[in-house]
Design a protein around this ligand. Structure first.
Ligand SMILES: [Zn+2]
Length: 422
């Protein structure tokens, strides 16, 4: 009440932006410290070092913390085998204000490997004017920095947030998130009433949907024979080609399915299928290959059923194998669901109004082409979730970067989100 009176008639976003600009040093230093820890999700490097740093930073700004080490087999077993001996850590941080509701911010601290074309050390933050370059600078350690800076500003201004605040800093988003956001939601470790997924791009747009993925690994099993008498064998490669030809015809049908959501790239808004990301088989050039394996990557739009998308492909492949009768096929599939929220949901309207006020024009509500952790919060924890983070460029590519200006913008918007309950 006192706070509201003290600041009545003032555009809080202007104040938050001004304060965020004053935190430039903190922003750059904190991002620098985070980028300097190569938290590669494959196999899971330096995770403890990173959560220790984050825990220290959280405590400095008055957040309570709780560190979780994921040890349950059920979760660990979902990791690729080579990753399982590397421990996975989740840091939860919170601020109990005695409010009626809790707003949760989620950010992943893992990164993809540094690509070879970086012009300088990818794990040393490069500052070029306003640009902040390094692996993880844009995906998405910058978002974590914006969250921390927003709390720091509210504390400095002695503004009590209208929500209880919760933060989760998680590993493994880049490899599926089962031991990160997946764990939090399955174990119901959060009391969230609404979730801001910090991994959704920033600027004047909010990400209201993302597609799901079904990954298939198809192994065709034929019969070996010497090349000189190949008719005595069953060529698994040629049988795989037969399957792929039919799947390619199906792809054209699948890719006619358009989502209603706005996208920045045309293909991000349709159901897609890509065959052969990984493919191989056979042992010798003079032997009929008795095994051939290929993968299929199927992106599922929110309007589609994940189960149906999986079955459509499995059914077709099995049908071909049955009709042919000379070979067997083994299909392993793994699905990660899509996520979406109505554009007129209170959370979207609320964040949308803040963006409009900040940028001076209607924000775009979009569907992202990639997968983010939102689905765990919206589908498992069943809480309204929208993705909004900090702008950045060259995600997963050379010279990944964000700018101080972009972190400042999101910091101000996060602070305003924290300030007032909708
Ligand atoms: Zn990310």
């Amino acid at each position: 009440m006192i706070n509201e009176m003290r600041y009545s008639g003032v555009n809080m976003l202007d104040i938050f932006k001004r304060e965020a600009l004053k935190e430039r040093k903190y922003i750059v230093a904190t991002l620098g410290k985070l980028v300097a820890i190569p938290t590669l999700s494959n196999p899971g490097l330096n995770y403890k070092k990173c959560v220790d740093l984050l825990e220290k930073e959280c405590k400095k700004i008055g957040l309570k913390t709780k560190l979780f080490k994921v040890t349950e087999k059920k979760f660990i077993d979902q990791l690729p085998e080579a990753n399982r001996k590397y421990p996975r850590y989740i840091l939860l941080a919170s601020l109990d204000t005695g409010a009626k509701k809790t707003l949760h911010f989620n950010g992943h601290y893992d990164v993809v490997p540094a690509s070879s074309g970086f012009t300088a050390d990818p794990f040393k933050l490069r500052i070029i004017g306003d640009k902040l370059m390094g692996r993880g600078a844009a995906d998405m350690k910058h978002g974590i920095v914006a969250m921390l800076t927003a709390v720091k500003i509210l504390k400095k201004l002695k503004i009590k947030p209208g929500w209880n605040l919760e933060f989760s800093f998680v590993p493994d988003e880049e490899i599926g998130g089962e031991c990160g956001s997946g764990y939090i939601c399955a174990k119901k470790l959060s009391k969230a009433d609404a979730v801001i997924e910090g991994d959704g791009g920033g600027g004047n747009q909010l990400t209201v949907a993302h597609r799901g993925i079904v990954n298939f690994e198809v192994t065709v099993i034929g019969k070996p024979a010497h090349a000189s008498s190949h008719n005595e064998g069953v060529n698994a490669f040629l049988k795989a080609v037969k399957i792929v030809t039919v799947l390619e015809a199906l792809r054209k049908k699948i890719e006619k399915r358009k989502s209603k959501y706005y996208v920045t790239k045309p293909l991000s808004g349709v159901a897609t299928m890509m065959i052969g990301g990984v493919a191989g088989g056979g042992t010798k050039s003079n032997a009929v290959p008795d095994k051939f394996t290929f993968t299929v990557d199927r992106r599922v739009i929110p309007e589609e059923s994940m189960k149906k998308a999986e079955r459509e492909i499995t059914y077709l492949i099995n049908k071909i194998a049955k009709k042919d009768g000379t070979f067997k096929v083994k299909i392993v599939s793994k699905g990660m669901t899509h996520s979406s929220i109505a554009e007129d949901a209170p959370l979207c309207r609320y964040l949308g109004a803040i963006l409009k006020k900040y940028f001076g024009r209607e924000p775009k509500m979009l569907m992202t082409g990639g997968r983010v952790d939102s689905a765990y919060f919206s589908k498992v924890l069943k809480v309204p979730t929208v993705a909004f983070g900090v702008e950045g460029k060259n995600y997963h590519a050379d010279d990944e970067f964000t700018t101080t200006g972009d972190i400042v913008n999101t910091t101000a918007i996060y602070a305003e989100l924290m300030r007032k309950l909708f």
